[in-house]
Design a protein around this ligand. Structure first.
Ligand code: 7TS
Length: 408
């Protein structure tokens, strides 16, 4: 995989920020879009913009073919059995909220337990807090090891026959931990619970096979994998989705409407009330074609290499601390520099054209566990190179010198 050639396909990367060439290290927040995706979305608006599933006119048929064709691309990409199991949503947050609001509120009582981890993004934490609040169910946490991993032994102790739902992130957006989803799923199923996976940080970077994981629900966002914002996916096993009630009611999702009652369309459309995210889905289809043309295995290998290189190089900086496991980690490095607030680190780096994220990364309980108020984070994708990490290293050295001088 040649990251330098791949960069050329991302027009946004060819610019200067604050007088320096842009070094974009914030792809865990959102990725950039290759020209293929930008053009596919523009083509929809330029030549066949229409609503789907209703018009018999020609453009409407093209739009429906584009939208439903994208669904089939997603199905293949995650290896779902049927397109009935692929629901387009606004993103991971919406997808997880559908499972919490529709499945969990129906199935949980005050006798039941919901099991998650302290490393979850707020999107996979607050929906479950809300289910617990409304149903009286108990929210339980699988404890973390000091390096930010979880032990199957602890999973075994936390999940019980009272557990109804287990929901765990595939890859941590802060620690870079890759969780053993297939093994956790087995333990959930042995106890009669369903398994929900937050795949926001795995799907863009590694091959995901929902049948191999055997999870019941899997959520991800298009914008982190080269697609536009505003499109995401909820995968769910058909037998579960069939029994679930929609959470949004209105046009598009109905079959027959009477004055006092209505019936729903079949899957997946019963969960897609209103005009759907047509351009977004078409963009996601183009992003999948793009990622598959490069190969998810190649992308994963490249990011592994970058993460190892970054940890080795940045660890040479006096006062540099990173969080999360040392090995088997995803392509991001969350860190702090002694005596410099992470917001100052990010602001100083920005003045050199280097974009990193600072803050709690939507994981406040995890920050508490790490005993920090915030961190900085550099996250990598297929267009990043070792030179980007060298720039980060040089930027951090200059940042340290500057703040050492100010505070020293
Ligand atoms: N889950 C994980 C693991 C995430 O990293 C994110 C977004 C979400 C869920 C929510 O995704 P959304 O597309 O619905 O917003 N994570 C980040 C991040 O790490 N920095 O900015 C957004």
């Amino acid at each position: 995989m040649n990251a330098k050639e791949i960069r050329e396909l991302f027009p946004i990367l060819d610019q200067e920020v604050n007088g320096h060439p842009l070094v974009y290290l914030d792809s865990a927040a959102t990725s950039h879009k290759p020209i293929q995706v930008i053009e596919e979305v523009a083509k929809y608006y330029r030549s066949y913009n229409s609503n789907v599933h209703r018009g018999v006119h020609t453009l409407g048929t093209y739009a429906t073919d584009g939208y439903e064709g994208a669904r089939e691309k997603v199905r293949k990409f995650i290896h779902a059995k049927s397109t009935k199991e692929v629901i387009f949503t606004r993103g991971t947050t919406t997808a997880l909220n559908i499972v919490a609001s529709s499945y969990a509120r129906q199935h949980c009582t005050a006798e039941d337990e919901i099991v998650i981890t302290p490393m979850e993004h707020h999107s996979n934490l607050i929906p479950w807090q809300q289910v617990a609040r409304v149903t009286g169910a108990t929210l339980k946490y699988i404890p973390l090891q000091p390096d930010g991993t979880i032990l199957l032994e602890d999973v075994r102790k936390t999940i019980t026959p009272k557990t109804k739902v287990v929901s765990v992130m595939h890859v941590s957006n802060v620690l870079g931990t890759v969780n053993p989803i297939a093994d956790i799923t087995k333990l959930a199923h042995q106890n009669g619970a369903i398994m929900v996976v937050d795949g926001a940080q795995s799907t863009p970077h590694m091959k995901v096979d929902v049948q191999e994981l055997d999870c019941d629900f899997f959520a991800f966002s298009g914008h982190k994998m080269c697609a536009p914002t505003g499109i995401g996916v909820l995968y769910g096993k058909q037998e579960l989705l069939e029994k679930m009630e929609p959470i949004e009611f209105g046009g598009e999702m109905i079959d027959f409407v009477e004055l006092h009652e209505s019936t729903w369309k079949e899957l997946p459309w019963k969960f897609e009330g209103g005009t759907p995210i047509i351009a977004g889905a078409i963009g996601l289809g183009a992003a999948i074609d793009f990622l598959e043309s490069i190969g998810l295995d190649n992308i994963q290998k490249h990011e592994h290499m970058l993460a190892e290189y970054a940890i080795e190089k940045l660890s040479k900086i006096d006062g540099f601390t990173y969080y999360g496991p040392q090995t088997n980690r995803a392509g991001l490095v969350t860190f702090n520099l002694d005596d410099v607030h992470p917001h100052d680190v990010a602001t100083a780096l920005d003045s050199y054209g280097i974009a990193v994220r600072a803050g709690h990364h939507c994981a406040q309980p995890l920050m508490k566990w790490l005993q920090v108020t915030a961190t900085a984070r550099a996250s990598f994708y297929l267009y990043n190179t070792e030179e980007d990490i060298d720039s980060l290293y040089n930027g951090l050295i200059k940042t340290k010198e500057y703040f050492g001088h100010v505070y020293g």
